[in-house]
Ligand binder design. Structure first.
Ligand SMILES: Nc1ncnc2c1ncn2[C@@H]1O[C@H](COP(=O)(O)OP(=O)(O)OP(=O)(O)O)[C@@H](O)[C@H]1O
Length: 346
């Protein structure tokens, strides 16, 4: 396991008008499963390649367990990078692909063969040893790519959009497998994804990159409960942003005097709350409750989306289909925003 620290890491490609990676500082804890999350072109792959040693930073440092690795070539970093396109050797069998790294390290033949057998079993690749990559499904190819990386027992495993080419069911299966592997191997894992749901489902910490900058590094629930700013909240699906004035523990806005939680950040002037945290209540008078008119109702299967307005301010709620069963557009309802689900962003 390796603790990875990025210190003011910056990469500017020649001719670009802004750095692809801009002054990123972060500590990726030893043994963690961390997602590097961001939309396309936010700099995720560039960070991964610099950590793997395939690209040199323009400035800043990369430390493994407190020591700079900038002068170490990729093969000396004990970090293995698995690409989205698997990049298996097409002319080698599955077993040869998996054993390739150990062969390069000149390990004895019987050691390679037992390590390969062990990985084939762990990755549920039994019976496929003699196949060539083009005789495998996409999911099987991804398993072979993971096996080829993990057989080297790297201290750091880097995965670039590992499951993006797989269909939804296979994706969920591979995500489960990755979590199992993380629990089984003493490896720090850092994976790149543009999919916020995948990051939340898999990672124990998420680093969000937007335009090459690190916007927030937090636990998955931290991004929902405590987004640092509006762009972070929006990336995580927040819809409700209400302008107003903060006065101590109260937010004065179109909904009235809304009581804030004690930990609401100082300096925030926009109230945000998740649609799923809006409560429908039967009576007026509760804390942070106010009337609203239903503008539209959309059945989504396991939830129902309500578009609401109160004092001409639109907001969204997600409620259970059961509690929405008797509702109609145009109807007035009482809603409640419990203080603990509220947050302020700048
Ligand atoms: N070799 C290169 N030369 C010049 N510019 C590059 C190079 N590689 C990447 N870039 C640019 O750097 C920026 C970040 O690219 P990067 O591939 O790191 O983003 P990403 O977040 O991984 O995107 P994606 O999810 O689309 O793969 C982009 O604007 C891209 O065009």
């Amino acid at each position: 396991m390796t603790d990875v620290t990025l210190e003011k890491l910056t990469k500017s490609y020649p001719g670009a008008d802004r750095p692809a990676v801009d002054n990123i500082s972060i500590d990726i804890g030893s043994g963690s499963l961390t997602a590097l999350l961001g939309p396309s072109a936010s700099g995720k792959s560039t960070v991964l390649k610099m950590i793997a040693g395939l690209l040199s930073p323009s400035s800043g440092d990369i430390l493994f367990d407190g020591r700079s690795v900038l002068r170490q070539p990729p093969d000396k970093r004990d970090a293995v990078l698995v690409f989205q396109e698997h990049l298996l050797f097409p002319y080698m069998t599955v077993a040869e692909n998996i054993g390739f790294g150990l062969k390069m390290r000149r390990r004895p033949k019987d050691e390679i063969s037992s390590a390969v057998d062990g990985m084939m079993e762990l990755m549920q690749l039994d019976g496929l040893a003699a196949r060539k990559p083009n005789q495998l499904s996409g999911g099987q190819q991804q398993r072979v790519a993971l096996a080829r990386a993990l057989v080297l027992r790297p201290k750091l495993l880097l995965l670039d959009e590992p499951f993006s080419s797989l269909d939804a069911n296979l994706r969920v299966e591979m995500q489960g497998l990755l979590r199992t592997l993380h629990a089984e191997f003493d490896t720090t894992m850092l994976f790149v994804t543009h999919d916020q749901e995948e990051a939340v489902a898999l990672a124990d910490s998420i680093a969000l990159l937007l335009d090459g900058k690190l916007r927030q590094h937090d636990t998955p629930d931290g991004f929902y409960a405590r987004p640092q700013d509006r762009s972070v909240a929006t990336f995580f699906g927040a819809k409700n942003f209400i302008e107003g004035q903060r006065q101590a523990g109260i937010f004065d806005c179109a909904f009235g005097q809304i009581r804030l939680p004690d930990n609401a950040p100082v300096g925030g002037h926009t109230l945000t709350f998740r649609p799923e945290n809006v409560k429908l209540v039967s009576e007026a008078g509760g804390i942070n409750s106010f009337p609203a008119i239903i503008k539209s109702i959309q059945f989504l299967g396991s939830q129902t989306r309500l578009q609401l307005t109160s004092s001409d301010i639109r907001f969204e709620a997600l409620v259970s289909p059961f509690s929405a069963a008797s509702l109609q557009s145009g109807q007035q309802v009482m809603v409640q925003l419990p203080p603990e689900v509220l947050w302020l962003v700048p």
